[in-house]
Design a binder for this molecule. Structure first.
Ligand code: ADP
Length: 483
């Protein structure tokens, strides 16, 4: 791995401002070729307890600083990330597999949350409410919730961390991050830059570990940890919510999705194809907001499928450093097996393969970008998150049918539709049971907008002016005896 600054490759965990080795270590692999990239500290229960104590000890000083102070340090961290964006992107592509252009995009996107919350830190207003009695005053203070645990996935190794840590730090909280065991290097590089930015010891801690259950168990059982923010699978999210019940912790959950992408017959088909390409095939289909079910109205079904095929045929599969590559490997062999299972189930039940449908010869974990047609609701692929480069096309006739199909899922994260009809745009936007709706747009996430889901896709929002609320407690102060 060729970095300008090799000191961004850290193999120790980061606890209380110290780089610690731990008793064991684990290997980080490049998913494209299984090359060993690093051997990282494997932390367990003891390290987790140390990190909780450190975050607790650092809380008073950090939350006691002025917002302006915290803002300036966050801004410094943001600037350092952008100064090192090329190295951070290479590190990410090496451990995660996405094309370099996408990694560069994620580093900038991740940093944008730090910039946003550096600004929001200074606008954390309380409230004075007209009291119902003349001798009283009713005031509301916003205070940091306390020590925060953040457990993050591998598909966005940088941004899923900054989206949690930036608002937490802005609010005055301290944080313990447990990154995915697949992508710990991006998390450790962020900690290295946090240290250089002057974030004090104990305010940000990173526990790398292969024993997620042990670390998660300690974090959720602790009375000191007042909040858990989790991004990952719905099953693990539910388990962690149950674990948080005993200490009545506040939770934020960004869980699975099953995004519908509806193309109505009045849509601009070229724009819709571009939207599907961006939403479906980005990160080889491994995002929780990826189009998972593409619903196409009867009259344009064939025309749309043909146009989409042209675009998919133009994708270039390969390692992140190959020129013009668009589609990297999947994260591991289990991901390939899942894609194969879903395609086999669909084709057994009558779906047709328009293109792809086979592993790709670029390497063990590569899958050929695929389109399935004649897909319907009794196939497993209708209700499961694919997390791979496979676009299933469903057919519908009426607007009502499209909305019913779109909402026929336990999930409610992102949804998309393409239409030019103003009335339809309002009706469908209101009818979709989702936290987010993209209208004539396939990429909807940015730091100014509230990202999050309804139903079993999650609780809470990340980004925007609303994202701070997840890290704050409201305190009501009643001032009486004024007469
Ligand atoms: P994904 O399918 O995206 O890997 P997971 O939910 O398995 O989703 O993983 C997301 C994060 O949750 C990772 O950091 C992983 O290590 C962590 N994790 C997995 N199982 C547990 C658990 N039992 N307790 C705490 N964290 C867990």
């Amino acid at each position: 791995m060729q970095l300008n600054d090799v000191t961004l490759i850290r193999e120790e965990a980061y606890v209380n401002g110290q780089w610690v080795k731990g008793d064991k270590s684990f290997q980080v692999l490049n998913p494209a070729n299984n090359e060993i990239l690093a051997s990282v500290a494997d932390m367990g229960v003891t390290g987790t307890r140390t990190a909780i104590a450190a975050a607790d000890a650092a809380l008073g000083e950090w939350s006691g600083r002025t917002a302006k102070d915290r803002s300036a340090i966050l801004r410094k961290w943001h600037d350092l990330i952008l100064e090192n964006k090329q190295d951070l992107a290479i590190l990410m592509s090496e451990e995660q597999g996405k094309p370099l252009a996408e990694s560069l995009g994620e580093v900038a996107y991740g940093a944008s949350y730090i910039e946003w919350y550096a600004e929001e830190a200074k606008r954390l207003y309380g409230d004075i409410i007209p009291a119902p009695a003349a001798d009283k005053r009713v005031m509301v203070l916003k205070q940091p919730i306390g020590v925060v645990a953040a457990i993050t996935p591998w598909n966005f190794p940088n941004a899923m961390i900054t989206r949690k840590v930036a608002p937490a730090l802005a609010a005055g909280c301290t944080v313990i991050i447990k990154p995915s065991e697949e992508t710990p290097l991006s998390a450790l590089a962020l900690a290295e830059l946090a240290e250089r930015a002057g974030i004090p010891a104990g305010v940000v801690n990173v526990l790398t570990s292969t024993d997620a259950a042990a670390v998660g168990g300690e974090l959720t059982a602790s009375d000191v940890v007042r909040k858990l923010s989790f991004t990952g699978s719905t099953n693990v999210g539910k388990l962690l919510m149950r674990q948080c019940a005993d200490t009545v912790k506040k939770v934020s959950m960004e869980l699975g999705g099953n995004a519908p992408f509806i193309i109505f017959d009045d849509a601009d088909l070229d724009q819709a194809v571009a939207g599907v390409m961006a939403s479906k095939y980005r990160n080889a289909g491994q995002t929780c907001v990826c189009a998972n079910r593409i619903l196409v109205q009867d009259g344009i079904y064939e025309a749309f499928a043909a146009k989409l095929k042209q675009a998919v045929d133009a994708l270039k599969v390969g390692s992140y450093d190959v020129e013009n590559v668009t589609t990297g490997p999947l994260i591991n062999e289990a991901a390939i097996a899942k894609v194969e299972r879903l395609i086999a189930d669909a084709t057994d039940k009558g779906a047709k393969i328009l293109c792809g449908g086979t592993p790709h010869n670029a390497g063990l974990k590569y899958y050929t970008p695929t389109i399935l047609t004649d897909v319907d609701r009794d196939m497993d692929i209708f209700s499961e998150e694919i997390f791979g480069p496979v676009a299933p096309l469903y057919r519908f006739r009426t607007e009502e049918e499209a909305i019913t199909m779109a909402n026929d899922t336990i999930y409610g994260l992102a949804s998309y539709f393409y239409s030019r009809d103003m009335g339809r745009i309002w009706r469908v936007s209101e009818g979709l049971e989702y936290g987010m709706v993209g209208v004539n747009e396939g990429i909807i996430s940015n730091e100014a907008a509230p990202f999050g889901g309804v139903k079993q896709s999650g609780i809470g929002r990340e980004g925007s002016k609303y994202g701070l609320d997840d890290y704050l407690e409201m305190k009501y102060v009643c001032l009486g005896g004024m007469k």
